[in-house]
Design a protein around this ligand. Structure first.
Ligand code: NAD
Length: 265
């Protein structure tokens, strides 16, 4: 059991689906109360078995009114807010074809919304000496063909994490991020992808030779919220199976290829 999670209260944006839903379940399993703040609560949160320590609140991260209402509803129901986990994200990305609206929308949901949620909850987080975990991505630090707005928004979120960590430290609030690699998601399932196909395609650039599990991301989030991480702030924890550690040469030895290319004398 992780110390410092039981009887605490977390708001998880994007908590209705996939990684966010796993994070919600893990907090509840550790004795915390969790609020699912998601624009689409029907697909996951609200339709699940009711639980006294779980509540769904339809929340669009692009709406300040929704954010305020979610924070208020959380305090009304559970009396406090200890943690914010920002897992909601807009994946849409048309790369070089993205127009101004697409850029604005991506940043609104993936960067500004998470910041607004944290600021709206700040007095409660301060009262609890709480913690924030923003879900970043491997996409924040590498170029991925055809993708411009999503990676840029995740890179911005990584910077916001550091800025927040510094300024919210005066309220003893810790702020960190977790950057997953490819993670088996309900979005992939909905597209009709099989786990086998995703693992096969992910294998060359994740050391374990597979995509990640949602629970592997959730484990890292709970750790960063827990007392075990009490001296960790402003950090990004990669949960990417080594994706960012692997260089462009991949698994094969480019040096061996070079040696092989040396002409015989
Ligand atoms: N799955 C992966 O391979 C992967 C890899 C790296 C990073 N991530 C990150 O992990 C997080 C979760 O990813 P996932 O694959 O579980 O995503 P998902 O698309 O399955 O779930 C995202 C959730 O966010 C909600 N959402 C979207 N827009 C919203 C808005 N405006 N307001 C409130 N909620 C909104 C959706 O309704 C959905 O429930 C995201 O931040 C994503 O960028 C995922």
């Amino acid at each position: 059991m992780m110390r410092g999670i039981e009887n605490k209260v977390v708001i998880v944006s994007g908590g209705a689906a996939s990684i966010g839903a796993e994070i919600v379940d893990m907090f509840v399993a550790h004795g915390a109360a969790a609020v699912i703040a998601d624009v689409d609560v029907e697909s996951g949160g609200a339709s699940r078995e009711p639980h006294e320590k779980r509540m769904s609140m339809r929340t669009d991260l692009a709406s300040d009114d929704d954010i305020r209402a979610c924070v208020q509803a959380t305090v009304d129901r559970f009396g406090r807010i200890d943690f914010i986990v920002n897992a909601a994200a807009l994946y849409e990305d048309e790369g070089a074809a993205s127009d101004r609206m697409a850029w604005a929308r991506s940043f609104d949901v993936n960067v500004t919304g998470p910041a607004m949620l944290v600021l709206a909850a700040r007095p409660h987080l301060a009262a609890a000496n709480g913690a924030v975990v923003n879900i970043g991505s491997i996409s924040a630090s590498v170029a991925q063909a055809g993708r411009w707005t999503y990676p840029a928004s995740k890179a911005a979120l990584a910077q916001v994490t550091r800025s927040m960590a510094l300024d919210l430290s005066r309220d003893a609030i810790r702020v960190n991020s977790v950057s997953p690699g490819w993670t088996w998601s309900t979005g992939m399932e909905r597209l009709g992808l099989t786990r086998e196909a995703v693992d096969r395609i992910a294998a060359p650039f994740h050391f374990p030779g597979r995509a990640g599990e949602r629970s592997e991301v959730a484990d890292a989030v709970l750790f960063l919220c827990s007392d075990h991480a009490r001296f960790i702030s402003g950090a990004d924890l990669p949960v990417d199976g080594g994706y960012r550690a692997m260089g462009p040469e991949g698994r094969e030895s480019a040096f061996a290829a070079l040696v092989e290319a040396i002409p015989a004398r």
